[in-house]
Design a protein around this ligand. Structure first.
Ligand SMILES: [Ca+2]
Ligand SMILES: [Ca+2]
Ligand SMILES: [Ca+2]
Length: 534
C-alpha cells in the first residue's frame, strides 16, 4: 500500500513539474471511472504558441487506457520538430514508454496502454499554429488495441474467476512489415462441445470478418498461432453462469521473436541502437543443422543496471539458455553494461531472451553468432590430421575445406572430410607461445554460395614435441582484433623508422626552446639592473 501511494505521489510530482511552466493552463491528472475527452488549448480554434501540456491518465489497476483521436491538425514537419503530440505507455519521463510522436494531419492510431497508466504530451513552438486535436480516452476493463512489440493478454481478473457475460476484443497491431505470434500459456474456461458458452475466438486480421482460426474452451490451449498480416483479433466471451480461471496468452511481433537458421548472423534488441521499449519479452531462437554447436558473442550490452538491493538483474536482462526453451540450462543472465564471455552451446540450439520492465530503458544489445563445426585435429611431428563429420557440413565441395592454402584441400571419405597436411607443404608456421614453439595454421571452411561470401576460419595448433593438437574458431571479432593489432604493429614500426630518419628535428626544436628561455632571462636581468640604476 505504501509503495503504491509513493508511486502515485511520484507521478504527481512529475506532473506538477510538467504543468508548472508559465503561460497557458493545460494538462492534468485524469482518473476516469469510465472516460472523457482531451483537447489542445482553445480547441477547435488555433492553439496558442509555445505551450507544453502534459496529461496523465490513471485508471484502476488491472484495467488499461484506450485512446481514440477524433480530430488531428498540427503544424507539419518531417520529424515533428515544431509542434507535436507524444503518447506514452506509462509516464512521459521515460522514453522507453514512447508509443509515438505525431504532427501534421496524420492522426495517431488507436492506442491501448499495456497497464493502467498512459500519458499524452502536447508541444507547440513559437510560430505557425493549427486547430490542434481532440482525443477520447476510455477505461478498458478488458480488450483494446495493443501496439507493443510484445505483451500479455489475460481474461478479466485472471487468475481469479472471470465475470459472467463478459465480452472482450483485443486487436494486436504491429509494424507493417511484421507478423504476430500468439502463444497461450494457460486456459481454463467452462467446457462444452462446440465451445459456444464461454470461449476464446481467434481471427487472422483486425475484425471478425477475417479468417476465423478457431474457437477454444475448456482446458484446450489454442495452438501457437502466427498471423499472416500485422493484425490479429482475439475475442473472449462468457455466458450467464459457470466460469473458470480464464486464460493467459503472450504475443510477440516478429521483430521481437526471431528464429535464426543461418550458419552465422547478427541480431539486436528492438529499435537498436535507439532505446528499447519498456515492458516486453523477446525471444531469439538460434537453430542450426545437426552437428553444429553455436558460439555466441555480445559486442555490446547496455541495459538497466542490477537491482542494488538483491544484486540480481531483476529489472531488464538478457538471458541465454542452452537449448530451445527456458526450461533448458541457463548459461547466464546479464544486465547493465556487463559483457558476457563468448558462449558455446552443447547442441545445435540456443535461446536468447530479453526481458524489460515498465520503466527506464537503454540502448539494448547487439549479438552475433556462428555455427561451430566439430573439427577433430591431431598431429604428428610432421603433419596435421584433420577430420570433420560429413553431416556437419551439408553439401560442401571438398575444395571448400582446406588448410593454409587451397592446394591443401580435404579428401572425402565415407563419413567425413579428411585432410592430411605436411607442415612444409601447407604453410604451417612456428610461433612461440608460453615458451613452447607451436606449429600454427588456419583451416578454412568456405560456405559461400552465389554472392553471399561466408568463410569460417579455425586456428589449428600442434605441439610437435608432445604431438598434442588443438583447434579454435576465429570469430569475426577475433579477426578484426588481429587485423587491428597487425595494423598497430605496422604503424608503430613505420613511426619508429620515421623518428630514426630525422633525429635533428627534435634537437633543433629543443635548441630553439632553450635559446628563447636564455634570451628571456637576459632581458629580465637587464630590466632589473636598469630599474636599480634608476
Ligand atoms: Ca508551430
Ligand atoms: Ca459460462
Ligand atoms: Ca527497465
Amino acid at each position: 500500500m505504501g509503495l503504491r501511494t509513493g508511486f502515485y505521489l511520484y507521478l504527481l510530482i512529475l506532473f506538477s513539474k510538467a504543468s508548472c511552466k508559465k503561460g497557458v493552463k493545460c494538462g492534468g491528472i485524469l482518473a476516469p471511472s469510465s472516460g472523457g475527452n482531451i483537447s489542445s488549448p482553445n480547441f477547435p480554434g488555433l492553439y496558442p504558441y509555445s505551450v507544453d501540456c502534459s496529461w496523465l491518465i490513471v485508471v484502476s489497476e488491472g484495467s488499461s487506457v484506450l485512446l481514440t483521436f477524433h480530430h488531428f491538425e498540427l503544424e507539419y514537419h518531417s520529424d515533428c520538430a515544431y509542434d507535436y503530440v507524444k503518447i506514452y505507455n506509462g509516464v512521459s519521463e521515460d522514453e522507453g514508454n514512447l508509443l509515438g510522436k505525431f504532427c501534421g494531419d496524420a492522426a495517431p492510431p488507436r492506442f491501448s496502454s499495456s497497464w493502467n497508466i498512459m500519458s499524452v504530451i502536447f508541444h507547440s513552438d513559437r510560430h505557425v499554429a493549427d486547430t490542434g486535436f481532440l482525443v477520447e480516452y476510455r477505461k478498458d476493463t478488458c480488450g483494446g488495441v495493443l501496439t507493443g512489440l510484445s505483451g500479455v493478454i489475460t481474461s478479466p481478473g485472471y487468475p481469479l474467476e472471470y465475470s459472467n457475460n463478459a465480452e472482450c476484443l483485443w486487436t494486436i497491431q504491429v509494424s507493417n512489415r511484421s507478423v504476430i505470434t500468439l502463444v497461450f500459456l494457460d486456459v481454463q474456461l467452462e467446457n462444452n462441445e462446440g465451445c459456444n458458452f464461454d470461449y476464446i475466438a481467434l481471427f487472422d486480421g483486425p475484425t471478425v470478418q477475417h479468417r476465423h482460426i478457431g474457437n477454444y474452451c475448456g482446458n484446450e490451449r489454442p495452438p501457437n498461432t502466427v498471423s499472416t498480416s500485422n493484425q490479429l483479433l482475439i475475442v473472449f466471451r462468457s455466458d450467464f453462469n459457470i466460469g473458470g480461471r480464464g486464460f493467459k496468452a503472450h504475443y510477440y511481433s516478429a521483430e521481437c521473436q526471431q528464429v535464426l537458421n543461418g550458419i552465422s548472423g547478427n541480431f539486436t534488441s528492438p529499435s537498436y541502437p535507439n532505446i528499447y521499449p519498456n515492458n516486453m519479452k523477446c525471444h531469439w531462437s538460434l537453430h542450426l543443422p545437426p552437428g553444429y554447436r553455436i558460439k555466441l558473442f555480445f559486442p555490446l550490452i547496455e541495459l538497466e543496471d542490477r537491482n542494488t538491493l538483491t544484486d540480481f538483474c531483476d529489472f531488464d536482462s538478457v538471458a541465454v539458455y542452452d537449448g530451445q526453451s527456458e526450461t533448458d540450462v541457463l548459461l547466464g543472465r546479464w544486465c547493465g553494461s556487463e559483457s558476457p564471455p563468448p558462449l558455446t552451446s552443447r547442441g545445435n540450439k540456443l535461446l536468447v531472451v530479453l526481458n524489460t520492465d515498465r520503466t527506464v530503458a537503454f540502448k539494448g544489445f547487439s549479438a552475433s553468432y556462428m555455427g561451430v563445426v566439430p573439427v577433430n585435429v591431431s598431429c604428428t611431428r610432421s603433419e596435421f590430421q584433420i577430420q570433420i563429420p560429413q553431416q556437419a557440413l551439408p553439401q560442401l565441395e571438398r575444395e571448400s575445406v582446406y588448410l593454409g592454402n587451397p592446394s591443401c584441400s580435404a579428401q572425402m571419405t565415407q563419413t567425413s572430410y579428411k585432410i592430411l597436411a605436411r607442415f612444409l607443404n601447407c604453410g604451417t608456421a612456428g610461433q612461440k607461445r608460453q615458451n613452447i614453439t607451436m606449429l600454427v595454421n588456419t583451416l578454412y571452411i568456405d560456405f559461400s554460395s552465389g554472392k553471399q561470401q561466408s568463410i569460417q576460419e579455425y586456428e589449428v595448433q600442434c605441439d610437435a614435441q608432445r604431438k598434442v593438437a588443438s583447434v579454435s574458431i576465429i570469430s569475426p571479432e577475433d579477426r578484426m582484433r588481429m587485423n587491428e593489432l597487425a595494423r598497430l604493429a605496422e604503424e608503430s614500426r613505420s613511426l619508429e623508422s620515421a623518428q630514426r630518419a630525422k633525429p635533428e628535428a627534435h634537437e633543433t626544436s629543443d635548441f630553439v626552446f632553450i635559446s628563447v628561455c636564455v634570451l628571456a632571462v637576459i632581458l629580465m636581468l637587464i630590466a632589473v639592473v636598469w630599474l636599480v640604476l634608476l
